[in-house]
Design a protein around this ligand. Structure first.
Ligand code: GMT
Length: 383
C-alpha cells in the first residue's frame, strides 16, 4: 500500500511512534511517505520504501503567523496525487487532522477519495485540543476522520469525556516497542563513565515541559540520594531545563545530576540505568517508560492517564499519586536498596514491556487502514 504519514518530526513521543510505525510498515513492503517540516529525528532513510517530503512555509513579513496548515494541506494534495497514495495517516490531531481534512476535501473535488486515519497521542486531547480556542476545529476534524485510534484506553476515555465523539469511532491501539532495535548487544555499556561502582543510576527522559513535573524529578532524586549513593541522568531538552539546573544548585546536588541533552541513542543510556522516573501530571501512555522497561529498567511513576496500562504496580515498578514525591522516593529506595529486589524488578520490567512488542501492534494498524478504506468508499457512494 502507498501510505502518507503526517507527524511532528521532533523528539516527542508521537513523532517517535509515527516514525517507528512507518519503518515497520516499510519493512512489511509498504511505501511510506513522511510529510512534515523536518526529517523526523528517528527516520532511517536507508530503509527501502521510506520517503520524506519536506513542507516548506515561505516567510511573508505581513503575516504575524505563517500558515503551516495551508502549506501542509497543499503539500499533501501534491504528494497524494504524484505518488498514488492510497491512505493518509495523521499523528497528533493538531493541526494535522485539520490539514488532512482540507487535503481530503480538495482531492474530493478532483474525484480522488483518500481515506484518513487519525491517531490521538495525548496532549492533542487533554491539554491543547481541549482549549476553547481549538476545540471546535479539533472535534470537527476528529469526527471527519474515517478511522480514529488512541494510544491507550485512558486516552479514549478522556476523548469521549471532552469531545462530542461516538464511542465506536475510536479504536485503542497501544504504543509499541521494537525489541530488536532497543537492545543493541554490540553497544558497549559505558556505566563507568557516568557513576562510581557503588552508585545507582536513575534516569529521566522527556522534553522538559511543565506536564512532566521536572521539579518533582529533582526533588525525588534529592531524597533518594540521601539514603542511597546515586546519580541522576536528565536526558532531553525543553523550556524547564534552566529551572531544573537552578534547583539542583539550590539543593546542592549539582555534582550528582548530569544533563545529557537530546539523544538519538537512548539505548546507550538505558543500558546502565537502574531506575526510571516519570512523575508526570498527565501522560496518555508514557512511551519513555516503556522504552526504559524494555531495557530492564523499573519505573517509578505517577498514577495518571495511561501509565497504569504500561507500568504495573509492584511488578514493573510502582505508581503514586501525582505530586507525592515522598511516596515515589520511598518506592525508589525500596527497589534500589536490595540487589535481589532490584534484579527481580529489572526482569519483571522487561517481561511487562515485551507485551507491547511491535509485531503484535503493526497488524492492528493495517486493520485500521483496511477499515478506513471501506469507510471512505461508503462515504463516496453516499456523496
Ligand atoms: O509528552 C510528550 O513527551 C510528547 C507527546 C507527543 O505528542 O509527542 O507525548 C504524547 O504521546 C506519546 C506517544 O503516543 C505518549 O507516550 C505520551 O504519553 C504523550 N504525552 C502526554 O500525554 C503528556
Amino acid at each position: 500500500m502507498h501510505i502518507a504519514v503526517v507527524c511532528y518530526p521532533t523528539f516527542g513521543g508521537s513523532g517517535v511512534v509515527a516514525t517507528e510505525l512507518g519503518i515497520a510498515l516499510a519493512n512489511r513492503g509498504h511505501q511510506v511517505h513522511f510529510i512534515t517540516y523536518n526529517q523526523p529525528v528517528r527516520l532511517d532513510m536507508l530503509v527501502p520504501g521510506i520517503h520524506f517530503h519536506e513542507v516548506e512555509v515561505p516567510e511573508y513579513p505581513l503575516f504575524h503567523y505563517q500558515p503551516y496548515e495551508l502549506a501542509l494541506s497543499s503539500k499533501l494534495v501534491r504528494v497524494i496525487k504524484k505518488y498514488d497514495i492510497e491512505l493518509l495517516h495523521v499523528h497528533y490531531a493538531i493541526p494535522h487532522a485539520y490539514a488532512g481534512y482540507m487535503a481530503k476535501q480538495m482531492l474530493a473535488q478532483e474525484g480522488i477519495h483518500i481515506p484518513m486515519v487519525t491517531t490521538l497521542h495525548g496532549t492533542d486531547i487533554t491539554l491543547v485540543g481541549n482549549h476553547p480556542h481549538y476545540k471546535p476545529a479539533v472535534s470537527f476534524s476528529i469526527n471527519q476522520s474515517d478511522v480514529v485510534t488512541s494510544v491507550s484506553a485512558s486516552l479514549k476515555k478522556d476523548t469521549l469525556r471532552l469531545f462530542d465523539i461516538e464511542d465506536s469511532k475510536i479504536d485503542v491501539i497501544p504504543n509499541f516497542i521494537d525489541v530488536s532495535k532497543s537492545v543493541n548487544h554490540d553497544v558497549e555499556c559505558k556505566r563507568h563513565l557516568m557513576a562510581e561502582k557503588e552508585e545507582k543510576i536513575i534516569t529521566h527522559i522527556s522534553n522538559f515541559r511543565p506536564v512532566k513535573r521536572i521539579e518533582d524529578i529533582i526533588r525525588i532524586f534529592e531524597k533518594i540520594q540521601q539514603k542511597i549513593p546515586a546519580k541522576l541522568m536528565m536526558v532531553g531538552d525543553g523550556p524547564l531545563m534552566p529551572d531544573a539546573k537552578r534547583l539542583t544548585r539550590e539543593l546542592g546536588i549539582q555534582d550528582k545530576v548530569i544533563f545529557m541533552g537530546n539523544s538519538n541513542e537512548i539505548h546507550r543510556i538505558l543500558c546502565f540505568s537502574d531506575l526510571f522516573l516519570l512523575p508526570s501530571e498527565k501522560e496518555s501512555f508514557g512511551l519513555a517508560a516503556l522504552e526504559a522497561m524494555i531495557h530492564s529498567v523499573p519505573v517509578i511513576s505517577s498514577n495518571t492517564g495511561g501509565i497504569p496500562e504500561v507500568n504495573k504496580e509492584g511488578f514493573s515498578g510502582f505508581l503514586s499519586e501525582v505530586g507525592d514525591i515522598d511516596d515515589m522516593a520511598n518506592n525508589a529506595c525500596n527497589i534500589l536498596s536490595d540487589e535481589l529486589v532490584l534484579d527481580k524488578f529489572k526482569k519483571q520490567a522487561r517481561e511487562q514491556a515485551l507485551k507491547f512488542e511491535i509485531s503484535q501492534v503493526v497488524p492492528l494498524y493495517e486493520e485500521a487502514y483496511a477499515n478506513a478504506i471501506i469507510k471512505a468508499k461508503q462515504i463516496k457512494v453516499i456523496v
